[in-house]
Design a protein around this ligand. Sequence first.
Ligand SMILES: [Fe+2]
Ligand SMILES: [Fe+2]
Length: 259
Amino acid sequence: METARRYRDFQAADCRGGVRDFYALNHARQTFAFVEAKRREYLPLRKRRMGVWEAVEALAGIVDDSDPDLSLPQIDHALQTAEALRADGRPRWLVLTGFVHDLGKVLCLFGEPQWAVVGDTFPVGCAFSDRIVHSELFAANPDRAVAEYASETGIYERGCGLGKVRMSWGHDEYLYHVLREHLRDEALAIVRYHSFYAAHREGAYGFLMNADDRRLFEHVRDFNRYDLYSKQPERPDLPGLRSYYEDLVAEFLPDTLAW
Ligand SMILES: [Fe+2]
Ligand SMILES: [Fe+2]
């Protein structure tokens, strides 16, 4: 657990400041208006066309590994997550999901700051739960002064389903849109909500979910232990694994995707 927490913290910390510094930016700046602006910018998916391997390799080059205890190149995390699923005999769609789940971090390549790419995610447009990590830092979020976002449900209806809820902007939501035409619902829920710790770990925001979300979150929770606990100090043998993953990617996804 400690290691897992530290890995998440590392992702959030961007190697430069501390975790709290990261969330001070994230929680102050992830407003409903910011999320809408990023959706308008990115969700037409007209930045680039590239295949999964191109995205994996592009990401490997940009992740800061200045802390060898905590950092892993993204390709290693992708392979370790997927290999842990494969070793447990999990279905191929889930192994594939493990391999691709963090590829939305290519947002960094497009110039997005870390606070708008990684870290825990949460709904905007309603009150921020005190079960979100460092929730005290939402005091600096301008949405706190918007009356219609102030109540528990804010602009949403109770039980409306998470598909109608605007989540903070980051790699999860972005990749969901890149993959939504291609993968099954369970895989898409994993991609979209794997950083929504307030919900899948802390049980917050259940009032926004519908029955489908509750079913899909079983898969999100199941996946989470592979995401967090598959870290190994030894680097995976990419040359030895490459053909397996090339076949796996080709089985589920087209040669190129719109990003
Ligand atoms: Fe992630
Ligand atoms: Fe991950």
